[in-house]
Design a binder for this molecule. Structure first.
Ligand SMILES: *[C@@H]1O[C@H](CO)[C@@H](O)[C@H](O)[C@H]1NC(C)=O
Ligand SMILES: *[C@@H]1O[C@H](CO)[C@@H](O)[C@H](O)[C@H]1NC(C)=O
Ligand SMILES: *[C@@H]1O[C@H](CO)[C@@H](O)[C@H](O)[C@H]1NC(C)=O
Ligand SMILES: *[C@@H]1O[C@H](CO)[C@@H](O)[C@H](O)[C@H]1NC(C)=O
Ligand SMILES: *[C@@H]1O[C@H](CO)[C@@H](O)[C@H](O)[C@H]1NC(C)=O
Ligand SMILES: *[C@@H]1O[C@H](CO)[C@@H](O)[C@H](O)[C@H]1NC(C)=O
Ligand SMILES: *[C@@H]1O[C@H](CO)[C@@H](O)[C@H](O)[C@H]1NC(C)=O
Ligand SMILES: *[C@@H]1O[C@H](CO)[C@@H](O)[C@H](O)[C@H]1NC(C)=O
Length: 537
């Protein structure tokens, strides 16, 4: 195994000498309390992407390979959820919050997480993700799943698991405990959550060359009341749309392997309507509370809206979202337009936005607003993906089952690109860049160890007399400014040694030789808000 230290700047802080002398009776010139980012980058030469490793935490996020132009980026943190698949290409499949300059903020529980993001539940800022439950809990890598949506508060307490139970008919040989699918988990202003759910059903497939009682997936839209966990709205594509409108090739099906003709992958509540996206029909529908289709747009012929402008046509698309405009008779509608369904295809996936006139009128067809893609390093994503506007006018694209993330400027110029696994390996269903502020309910984590000389980046300023080092991290904390370091002979005689600046996810600092016990306190807004355990050396 090859490891090397990141080459981040070494920082030294002058600790008040009197304090030092008083507390540990130092006689030598150990007047500086040095600190550095102690992240290790690990690459063992396999197809596991280079990852970040720490001493005080066993979290191992990917080390993003980043290109940037230096132009303004939106503020916020990246939310990357990951799925497993054969050869995930990453050391650890887990949700991660990482800054756009590669500093880990939070590593979540190991396991698949889909649609990992920040959102508001009422006035509360929370993080949410889907995770599989039971034996039928496939991840998004195979296109669908059955599980629950977890809601964590801004101290990382799991405050709710949304377990929808619809008594779905399941593919032969599988069972489910919670029925929400991987694709959507949006909390609405009405204290409800929108989820997709994949039911197994039968349909007349004769117009596709199949039997009159063929097995299909009915990917339904569900709105769940978060107080009662009961569905308040259910919409079944099978009850409203002809199966033979699909672009997905029918090659036979049975109850073990139902035909996924519609493949619902996004739902947005818009007023009292629902915007529902079908990957396999290349269509997006607006449905009212009675379940009637009010209008639809088709990625090739435009549907109710008239002809799609050049370069605006789309297929196999994800994440349909209405963006309001200032006038009431038009909206912007955006998609992550995969535009391919086979990993062998090479056309670029795009961030597509159309300006639509409402109500639809073929005489005023859609106008192309964006068809963003990286012209220099195009990415072709056959599945999953996201396209979201950012506060400063930039947009963010997550490339789904291709391990890339790109931030575009307002005119479609690529300002920041990252890769987090080898091509065709790692995947994140969507990627968000969002504001998030959190103070964990648990303590900062502290480890004290003796530095081996070759890996000791603090030796120049710590002096050669002590090789004792502390390593502190606080998984998920966003607002730590510094750590106060306490040392002593015993837990009851701890005295402050001074402060160290926080350096990245994990801060390494030098400790005087002979130190018996150590503790650190995380400083936020100038005061210690939480202390680590007391560590005996
Ligand atoms: C590299 O790390 C991966 C993941 O920990 C492990 O499965 C693999 O065996 C390692 N390969 C080598 C050559 O050490
Ligand atoms: C669940 O569905 C099965 C088959 O459709 C049915 O026999 C059963 O009564 C249902 N159970 C509940 C609790 O609705
Ligand atoms: C699921 O499909 C079965 C038929 O296979 C049907 O009886 C049931 O009502 C469906 N459930 C929902 C929630 O649509
Ligand atoms: C598609 O299915 C509908 C409803 O069953 C039927 O009316 C229509 O003729 C079919 N279209 C084709 C091309 O077979
Ligand atoms: C079910 O259908 C799939 C797809 O057509 C096929 O590959 C598989 O062999 C079938 N399985 C059974 C048990 O018939
Ligand atoms: C757009 O505006 C309408 C009417 O004001 C509102 O109901 C809806 O929630 C808004 N939608 C979005 C996506 O902002
Ligand atoms: C857009 O339409 C053109 C012309 O019909 C076609 O060649 C192209 O494949 C379409 N692109 C997408 C992404 O559907
Ligand atoms: C970054 O730029 C290099 C060329 O300098 C290119 O090979 C690589 O693919 C780019 N990475 C991303 C994530 O776009």
């Amino acid at each position: 195994m090859r490891t090397w230290s990141s080459s981040l700047a070494l920082g030294c802080l002058i600790a008040p000498i009197p304090t030092l002398a008083r507390t540990i009776g130092a006689r030598k010139t150990e007047s500086t309390l040095c600190a550095t980012d102690s992240r290790q980058l690990v690459n063992n030469g396999s197809d596991i992407w280079t990852y970040q490793a720490y001493k005080s935490s066993n979290v191992t996020p990917p080390y993003l390979s980043i290109n940037r132009t230096g132009e303004d980026l939106a503020s916020g943190l990246l939310f990357i959820g990951q799925e497993d698949s054969e050869g995930s290409g990453v050391e650890s499949v887990a949700p991660f919050i990482i800054s756009d300059d590669n500093e880990l903020v939070w590593g979540g529980p190991t396991g698949e997480s889909s649609n990992f993001r920040q959102q508001y539940w009422g006035k509360k800022s929370v993080i949410t993700f889907w995770t599989g439950t039971g034996e039928a809990a496939y991840g998004a890598d195979v296109g669908r799943g059955w599980g629950e949506v977890q809601i964590y508060d801004d101290s990382y307490k799991l405050i709710k698991s949304v377990c929808l139970q619809l008594n779905l008919t399941m593919p032969t040989g599988t069972t489910t405990t919670c029925d929400a699918d991987v694709h959507e988990s949006t909390i609405t202003e009405d204290n409800t959550m929108l989820v997709t759910a994949y039911n197994t059903s039968q349909a007349d497939l004769t117009s596709l060359g199949g039997p009159s009682d063929g097995w299909v997936y009915d990917s339904i839209a569900v709105e769940i009341d978060l107080r009662t966990n009961e569905p308040v709205f259910i919409w079944s594509p099978l009850a409203h749309v002809d199966v033979n409108l699909t672009h997905y090739a029918y090659t036979g099906s049975n109850q073990t392997d139902p035909f996924d003709w519609f493949h619902m992958n996004s739902i947005q509540k818009w007023g009292d309507h629902y915007l529902i996206n079908s990957r396999h029909l290349w269509r997006t529908f607006l449905v009212n509370r009675q379940g009637e289709i009010v209008w639809y747009i088709d990625g090739q012929d435009g549907g109710d809206f008239g002809s799609i402008p050049t370069n605006g046509n789309f297929s196999w698309q994800h994440m349909a979202r209405i963006r309001n405009t200032s006038t009431s008779n038009e909206v912007l509608l955006s998609w992550f337009a995969n535009d391919l369904d086979a990993t062998t295809a090479t056309n670029p996936s795009k961030g597509t936005t159309l300006r639509l006139t409402l109500p639809p009128n073929a005489k005023n067809p859609p106008i192309l607003e964006t068809d963003f893609y990286d012209h220099e390093y195009p990415v072709s994503s056959a599945a999953e993906g996201s396209f979201t506007p950012l506060d400063n006018g930039n947009t963010l694209m997550g490339y789904g089952d291709e391990p890339y993330i790109k931030e575009y400027g307002p005119s479609g110029d690529v300002r920041w690109s990252a890769q987090y696994a080898d091509k065709n390996l790692g995947q994140s269903y969507r990627v968000y860049k969002q504001e998030w502020s959190a103070t964990p309910y648990y303590r900062p984590s502290l480890v004290v160890a003796t530095a081996s000389s070759e890996a000791d980046t603090l030796s120049q300023c710590a002096g050669t007399s002590s090789t004792l080092r502390g390593y502190v991290s606080w998984n998920g904390a966003t607002d730590v400014e510094k750590y106060e370091v306490y040392v002593g002979e015993s837990a009851s005689s701890l005295k402050s040694l001074g402060e160290i600046e926080k350096k990245g996810f994990e801060t390494e600092f030098s400790l005087p030789a002979g130190t018996k016990v150590v503790q650190v306190g995380a400083v936020q807004s100038g005061r210690v808000v939480r202390k680590s355990d007391v560590v005996r050396v």
